[in-house]
Write a protein that binds this ligand. Structure first.
Ligand SMILES: Nc1ncnc2c1ncn2[C@@H]1O[C@H](COP(=O)(O)OP(=O)(O)OP(=O)(O)O)[C@@H](O)[C@H]1O
Length: 835
C-alpha cells in the first residue's frame, strides 16, 4: 500500500529502517496509479475516504507486492518497519484490512502507520468524525497501526536522503574540526603574545630599576656635596659661636668682678663710718666707673647673646633647607618613577585581563563544541554513532582537541597566576596524565630534534671534508691533465703498409721516430693501441664526481683528423664501444642515484657546434639553428652559458643520450681525402648539474663540458677546396686561439686571450682558474701522419705545462717552437717537419 493525499508531491515526516528522515516526498500520484493498475490490480481501493489508498489483500504474497524487490525486503525483515506519519486513511476500513493483512502478509506488519498522528494531519473530515464520537471518548482503535508498502522509488529517495544527511553531517564535523584547529592556532598566538608581553614587562621593570638606581646615586652624590658645604659653614658658625660664647663668659666674669668690687666698697662704707662727703668723694668715682663698665659689659653680653641666637637660628635654617631640598628632589624622582611603573603596570594588567577574557571565551566555546559533538553522537542511531565515533577518533588522532582544551586551560591558569602574582601549580584536568604525557612527548621530540641536528652537522662536516680531500687528490693529479691515446693502424694505413712511428716506453712516456731522430714526450698517462674505451673512461671518471660536487670540469679531445677523437669521446658507429660522452651520462646518473637520499639534483644540458666561426644550436633543426643567434655570456659566478641556445633538462641517462643523439644528427660532417667521414666542427656539450643538499639546503652548481674538437689538418695535405678549405681555415684559427690561451696560461700571463675566438670564449670557465681540465691527445701511430702527430704532441706538452712550473721550464723550447707553428698557421704557411 502506498499513500497519497491527492497532491502530486507531499512533504512528510518518515522513519525509514530506524532512521528519521526529513522532507520525504512520496512518489507522484500518476506514477503510483500506474503502479496500482499493473502490479496491484487485485487490491481494493477505498474511493470513499481515500481513493488512492490501496489496501492489502489476504491473497497477495509478499513476492508479488510492488517495491518488494528481494534486497529491500531482506532489509526490511532485518530492520525495524517504516513508520509514515500524516497519511490519509479510512478508519473503519483500515481496521478490517489491517487484521486481514496481519494474518496474511507477514512483512507488512513491519510497516505501521500511526493513526493518531495521521488523524491530526488529515484535517476537517476526520476531525468531524472524531468530534461526532465525542472528543472525550478516545477510541482504542485510533491508536491502531496500518500496514503499508513503500514504493521502491520512494525507498530509493529515502536512501538518497539518508546519504545526503550523512554527507551534511560529515561536512559539519569537518567544519567543527577546522574551527577547533583555528582556535588552537589563535590560542597559540595568544600564548606567544603573552610571553612577549611578559618579557617586555620584565625588560621595562629592569630598565626602571636601573634608572632608579642611577637617580638615587646622583641624588646621594648631590646630597653629600650639599651636606659637606653645610658642615663647613656650620663649622664656621660653631667657631664663631664659640668665640662669642668665650667673650660672653669673659664679660660675665668681669661683671662678677665689678659686682664684687661694688659689694666690697659698700661693706667698707658701712665698717669705717667715714664722713658722708669724704667717703662719697672717695667712693663715688670708682662706683660710677664700675657701673659704667658693668653697663657696657651687659650691653656687650646682650649683643653677643643676640648674635649667638641669630647664628643658631641661621644654622637651624641651613640644616632644614639642605635636608628639605635633597629630600624634595629625591621624592620627586621617586614619585615620577612610581607613576611610570604604575602606568606600565596598569597597561599590562588591562592586556592580561583582555587576554584572560578572550581565552576564557575560547575555552567555553571549545567545551561547548565538544559537548555538542558528544551530544550529537549520543543522539545518533547505532550505525551513525559508530560512524561519528570513528570521526571523533580521527579528530582526536589528527588534532587532539583535548590537548587544545588543555592548552587553553593552561593559558587560563597562567594568566590568573600572572594577575594574582601566585605561583603557578598544575591542578585538576591540567595536571592530568594526558597533559603530562604530552609534555613528556614534547621533551622527547625536542631531544630527538637536537640529536638529529647534531647528526646533520656531523654529516655535513664529514661531507665537506670528503669533498675537500677528493678535490685535493684530484688537484694533486694536476688541474690540467693530459692523456695521450694512440689508436691502432686503420685498414687503409695497413693497406698502404704504413710504418709505426710511435713507441710506448712506459705508462707515461712515448717516443716518436722523426727523420731527425727519436723524440720523447711525457704525459699523465699513455694509452696504447690495445687499451679499451672502458680503461680510458675509468681513468677520467673521477672528474665527474668533481662536477657533481660543484666544480667546473672539462674533458676535451684534441688531435689531427682521423686520429680517433670521435672514437674516444663518442664511440664507434655501431655503438659497441661507447666513448667517454655516453659513459659520462650513465656515470652522472649513477652518482645521482647513490646520493638522491641526501641531495636533490637537476641536470640540464646544451649542445653546440662551432662551425665556420658560427655557433649553432644542435638541439634544434639546422634550419632553425640557422636563424638563431647564440651569444656567449658569463653569469655572476663566472659560469659560461650560451645565450639563445636550448637548454634541455634530463631526468635519466637515457634522456640525456636521446638528446645527444638528436644533436649529433644535426652536425656538419664532410668527407676529406684522408677520412671517409670527418667532423668539420667543434662539438661542445655543456652539462649543468645543480645539487641541493637536503639536510642543510645548500645549493651547488657544477658544469661538465665535453668537447670533441675538429681535427687539426693541413689544407694542402687534405686537398680541401672552396667550402672545405674555409672550414679548415676556421678550424685552424680556433685551434690556434686555443693554443694562445694555453700558452698564456702556461706562462701565467695576466692577460689570457679568451675572447679571440668563440671556442676559447666557450671554454673560458673550463681552462685556468679553479677548473679541472682533461685533455685527451689522440694520435695515429702511422708514419703517414708524422707531421701532424709531432705538432699535436708539442701542443699537448704545452698544455701539460700549465700546472707544472718545472716542466714549463723544461718545455720552454718546445713552447717557443709551437709559437712558431701558430704564427705560421696564422699566416697560412706550411709547418716544417723539423719543428
Ligand atoms: N682506439 C681505437 N680503436 C679502434 N679504432 C679506432 C680507434 N680510434 C679511432 N679508431 C678508428 O679510426 C677512425 C677515425 O677515428 P675518428 O673518426 O674517431 O677520428 P677523428 O679524430 O674524430 O676524426 P675527425 O677529426 O676527422 O672527425 C674511425 O674509423 C675509428 O673507428
Amino acid at each position: 500500500m502506498y499513500l497519497n493525499n491527492g497532491a502530486e508531491n507531499v512533504s512528510m515526516s518518515l522513519n525509514f529502517m530506524g532512521r528519521k528522515l526529513r522532507n520525504h516526498t512520496v512518489a507522484p500520484a500518476a506514477k503510483q496509479r500506474a503502479w496500482e493498475s499493473t502490479a496491484l490490480s487485485h487490491y481494493e481501493e477505498d474511493a470513499g475516504v481515500c481513493p488512492r489508498v490501496v489496501l492489502s489483500h489476504p491473497s497477495v504474497s509478499s513476492e508479488e507486492l510492488p517495491g518488494s524487490i528481494p534486497d529491500l525486503r531482506e532489509e526490511l525483515q532485518q530492520h525495524r518497519p517504516c513508520n509514515i506519519h500524516h497519511t490519509l486513511l479510512d478508519h473503519g476500513r483500515e481496521q478490517t484490512n489491517r487484521r486481514a493483512a496481519k494474518s496474511e502478509v507477514s512483512w507488512l506488519r513491519k510497516c505501521r502507520l500511526k493513526w493518531n498522528t495521521f488523524r491530526h494531519w488529515i484535517g476537517t473530515d476526520h476531525h468531524r468524525e472524531a468530534n461526532a464520537r465525542g472528543a472525550s471518548k478516545r477510541h482504542p482503535e485510533d491508536e491502531m497501526d496500518i500496514k503499508m508498502f513503500i514504493p521502491y522509488d520512494s525507498a530509493k529517495l529515502c536512501i538518497t536522503q539518508i546519504t545526503s544527511d550523512m554527507m551534511a553531517m560529515k561536512s559539519k564535523h569537518q567544519e567543527v574540526i577546522q574551527e577547533m584547529k583555528e582556535n588552537f592556532v589563535s590560542a597559540s598566538r595568544d600564548n606567544q603574545t603573552l610571553e612577549d608581553l611578559n618579557e617586555s614587562l620584565q625588560l621595562q621593570q629592569k630598565m626602571l630599576e636601573d634608572k632608579n638606581e642611577k637617580v638615587m646615586a646622583s641624588w646621594d652624590k648631590e646630597k653629600n656635596k650639599m651636606m659637606d658645604q653645610f658642615s663647613s659653614r656650620l663649622d664656621i658658625l660653631h667657631s664663631h659661636q664659640a668665640s662669642t660664647l668665650q667673650e660672653l663668659h669673659l664679660a660675665r666674669a668681669e661683671m662678677g668682678k665689678v659686682q664684687e668690687i661694688l659689694q666690697s666698697i659698700q661693706e667698707k662704707k658701712e665698717e669705717q663710718n667715714c664722713t658722708e662727703e669724704q667717703i662719697s668723694g672717695e667712693t663715688n668715682e670708682p662706683l660710677d666707673g664700675a657701673q659704667a663698665h658693668l653697663l657696657s659689659l651687659t650691653e656687650n653680653l646682650l649683643k653677643r647673646e643676640r648674635e649667638l641666637s641669630m647664628l643658631m637660628a641661621e644654622q637651624k635654617r641651613a640644616t632644614g633647607a639642605v635636608e628639605q631640598s635633597a629630600y624634595a628632589h629625591l621624592l620627586t624622582a621617586v614619585i615620577q618613577q612610581s607613576h611610570q611603573v604604575y602606568a606600565a603596570l596598569t597597561e599590562a594588567k588591562e592586556q592580561f585581563d583582555k587576554m584572560a577574557e578572550d581565552n576564557q571565551k575560547e575555552l567555553v566555546e571549545i567545551k561547548e563544541k565538544l559537548e555538542q559533538t558528544v551530544k550529537e553522537c549520543d543522539e545518533k542511531s547505532p550505525e551513525e554513532e559508530e560512524d561519528v565515533q570513528q570521526k571523533m577518533e580521527d579528530v582526536q588522532m589528527d588534532h587532539a582537541p583535548h590537548s587544545d582544551l588543555l592548552l587553553h586551560e593552561v593559558i587560563q591558569v597562567a594568566l590568573e597566576c600572572i594577575r594574582s602574582g601566585a605561583k603557578p601549580t598544575l591542578i585538576g584536568s591540567v595536571a592530568s596524565e594526558e597533559w603530562t604525557a604530552e609534555l613528556d612527548e614534547r621533551v622527547r621530540l625536542k631531544q630527538i630534534k637536537d640529536d638529529n641536528k647534531k647528526v646533520i652537522e656531523n654529516y655535513t662536516t664529514e661531507r665537506t671534508l670528503r669533498k675537500k680531500y677528493y678535490n685535493m687528490v684530484e688537484d694533486m693529479k694536476g688541474k690540467i691533465r693530459v692523456f695521450c691515446r694512440i689508436r691502432p693502424l686503420t685498414r687503409a694505413e695497413q693497406a698502404k703498409k704504413g710504418q709505426v712511428v710511435i713507441t710506448c716506453l712506459d705508462d707515461y712516456s712515448v717516443i716518436l721516430e722523426t727523420p731527425r731522430g727519436p723524440r720523447e714526450f711525457q704525459f699523465d698517462k699513455i694509452f696504447n693501441s690495445q687499451c679499451t674505451q672502458e680503461e680510458i673512461f675509468t681513468e677520467s671518471s673521477g672528474l665527474i664526481q668533481c662536477a657533481i660536487d660543484g666544480f667546473n670540469v672539462c674533458i676535451f679531445a684534441y688531435g689531427h683528423t682521423g686520429s680517433g677523437k670521435t672514437f674516444t669521446m663518442v664511440g664507434d658507429r655501431d655503438r659497441r664501444n661507447p666513448g667517454i660522452i655516453p659513459r659520462t651520462f650513465t656515470k652522472i646518473f649513477e652518482i645521482i642515484q647513490d646520493n638522491e637520499s641526501k641531495f636533490d639534483f637537476k641536470v640540464s644540458a646544451y649542445m653546440l657546434e662551432l662551425y665556420n666561426d658560427r655557433l649553432q644550436d644542435l638541439f634544434v633543426t639546422p634550419a632553425e639553428a640557422f636563424n638563431k643567434r647564440i651569444e656567449i655570456k658569463r653569469d655572476r659566478k663566472g659560469l659560461v652559458f650560451a645565450q639563445g641556445a636550448e637548454m634541455k633538462d634530463a631526468a635519466s641517462a637515457g634522456e640525456l643520450f636521446a638528446l645527444f643523439e638528436q644533436g649529433c644528427a644535426n652536425r656538419h660532417i664532410a668527407a676529406t681525402k684522408m677520412n671517409v667521414e670527418s667532423s668539420r666542427s667543434h662539438l661542445i656539450i655543456g652539462i649543468m648539474i645543480e645539487s641541493r643538499n637536503l639536510t642543510n639546503g645548500s645549493v651547488s652548481f657544477g658544469k661538465l663540458s665535453l668537447v670533441d674538437l675538429a681535427g687539426s689538418e693541413r689544407a694542402a695535405k687534405t686537398g680541401a677546396k672552396d667550402d672545405q678549405l674555409k672550414e679548415a681555415n676556421s678550424i685552424n684559427k680556433s685551434l690556434s686561439a686555443l693554443g694562445d690561451v694555453i700558452s698564456a696560461l702556461s706562462l701565467e700571463q695576466t692577460h689570457v686571450p679568451y675572447r679571440n675566438n668563440k671556442l676559447t670564449q666557450l671554454m673560458q670557465d673550463s681552462l685556468g682558474g679553479n677548473a679541472k681540465t682533461l685533455m685527451i691527445l689522440n694520435i695515429s701511430p702511422s708514419d703517414g701522419t708524422l707531421d701532424e702527430t709531432l705538432t699535436s704532441l708539442i701542443y699537448a706538452t704545452r698544455v701539460k705545462a700549465i700546472t707544472n712550473n718545472a716542466q714549463r721550464n723544461i718545455d720552454s723550447k718546445e713552447i717557443a717552437q709551437l709559437k712558431e707553428v701558430i704564427l705560421k698557421l696564422k699566416s697560412g704557411q706550411p709547418v716544417e717537419e723539423d719543428i
